[in-house]
Design a protein around this ligand. Structure first.
Ligand code: ZN
Length: 466
């Protein structure tokens, strides 16, 4: 069976096809770095990171590119409010974005280009569009001539004749036109040289230039949040296909938004949950399970209840892994045929769901089928060592494809309350400072909470006291 993904452009599920080099190129629009990222920004990062992971574990070659927008109006504004240079703010927030997403333990994308590192390609692409009469310079700005690109509106299903909510702009030939280059304005403390004078790129052009640089034209999947379909992705298509007369991306894959108390989650809502805070509170496995339990094209409420559901799901899976490990101490003889059949069935269902438009909820349900079969088999009696190992390996492999390999590790911290983890961190500090009396006192405090400290080569961890 082939992997199929829903494309916003065709409105249908389409087979995923690699490029001529055999690689599935995936480009996803990343964050604008002017503050810490919130849980809503993490959804595309998780969706596209897990998609790449799944394809690779399935034996395909994939290359994931997620850009960082480090030049933008919002960055100038936020830096001015803080009284620091905009480049300093962008560098700090880029670093924080890397740190915060690292907490998820999903690895990094293969490339994470910055706009400031791509100015040459951006200027060259704008110059191509000007040479083709698809763009024009006006008073230090450069605009894309929307009416000169007849397929404009195909992605979003909008007709340019119906677009009345456009900004007329003083220098534009037509209110529909959008900026490719913006001449430097007063109060903006960073500008780059160009044939049209000092300034900076418009937002849309950066993704056209970065995607082409990293993946070439005609790559497999262009992704991002559904809120980017118009105008951002519509404009990317117009720029890239206008400049090259060739398809830009084959499949346009959009994740839905998170909902916080029934409203779309964005930084304009005061009551936002930062990704780092959510991961510290719930643990990375619970956060990833929360995203995987819902289809990427569904709106997803962010609530304590949803997080508790995800936490309970993680606990159930981890308990089954522990039960398998305990059973290995006293193995039996003779394979359990019902368990063997259930494992094959769950595996088939897992792959069928994933191949059908990245159906992670079905994949999670398949893992639960396997967990249920494991629990039932262990209740029926002892299992031979070979089967126990095989089932454990199978379960761990499927979990890894969803970015949940941590659930199959022995021990694990995610069920440990934050105050216990805090005691553990203080103990580590005390040991580093060779204050062993304090370290011992903290070990006792951890024991009083019902947990046991285990020191290993990768540092200490806590497990429920046995
Ligand atoms: Zn983009």
């Amino acid at each position: 069976m082939t992997v199929r993904l829903h494309s916003t452009l065709s409105g249908r599920d389409e087979p995923l096809v690699p490029g001529d080099d055999g690689v599935i190129g995936i480009y996803a629009c990343g964050p604008t770095v002017y503050s810490r990222i919130h849980i809503g920004n993490a959804r595309p990062f998780v969706v596209f990171s897990v998609l790449k992971r799944y394809l690779e574990r399935r034996g395909m070659r994939a290359r994931l590119v997620i850009n960082v927008t480090d030049v933008n109006d919002k960055i100038y504004d936020a830096a001015r409010a803080e009284g620091i240079p905009s480049t300093e703010l962008a560098e700090r927030c880029t670093r924080q974005y890397f740190e915060d997403t690292d907490l998820l333990g999903l690895g990094r994308p293969d490339a994470e280009p910055l706009v400031t590192g791509c100015m040459g390609e951006i200027v060259a692409l704008i110059a191509d569009l000007v040479a083709r009469d698809l763009a024009y310079a006006a008073g230090g700005d450069v605009y894309f001539r929307v009416r000169a690109f007849p397929r404009y509106g195909e992605l979003s299903g909008r007709n340019p004749d119906d677009m009345t909510d456009t900004d007329p702009g003083e220098l534009k030939e037509d209110p529909l036109d959008f900026a490719l280059w913006k001449g430097a304005k007063e109060g903006e403390d960073a500008a780059w040289e160009s044939p049209w004078g000092p300034g900076r790129p418009g937002w849309h052009i950066e993704c056209s230039a970065m995607a082409e640089r990293e993946l070439g034209m005609g790559f497999s999947v262009h992704g991002g949040g559904i809120d980017l379909v118009f105008p951002h992705h519509e404009n990317e298509i117009a720029q890239s296909e206008g400049a090259h007369d060739a398809p830009f991306a084959r499949i346009w894959m959009h994740n839905e938004m998170l909902e916080l108390s029934d409203s779309k989650m964005s930084k304009s809502i005061g009551n936002i949950a930062l990704l780092a805070d959510v991961v510290h509170e719930w643990g990375a496995d619970t956060v990833i399970a929360y995203f995987m339990q819902s289809h990427y094209r569904s709106r997803l409420p962010f609530s304590d209840e949803r997080m508790q559901d995800a936490q309970a799901a993680c606990r159930r899976i981890r308990n089954a892994v522990r039960a398998l490990d305990r059973a290995m101490d006293e193995p039996g003889e003779g394979n359990d045929a019902a368990l063997a059949a259930a494992v094959v069935e769950a595996r088939t269902r897992f792959f069928d769901s994933m191949d059908d438009d990245f159906g992670t909820p079905g994949a999670v349900a398949a893992i639960f089928d396997m967990v249920r079969a494991i629990n039932q088999a262990l209740e029926r009696g002892r299992l031979p060592e070979g089967q126990l190992q095989e089932v454990r390996l199978e379960l761990a492999g499927l979990l890894d494809m969803l970015g949940l390999a941590g659930l199959a590790e022995a021990g694990g911290d995610s069920d440990v309350p934050a105050e216990v983890l805090d005691l553990l961190r203080r103990r580590e500090d005390a040991r580093a400072a060779r204050d062993f009396a304090e370290a011992d006192a903290l070990r006792d405090a951890i024991a009083a909470q019902g947990f046991e400290v285990r020191d290993g080569p990768d540092g200490a961890e806590v497990v429920p006291a046995s």
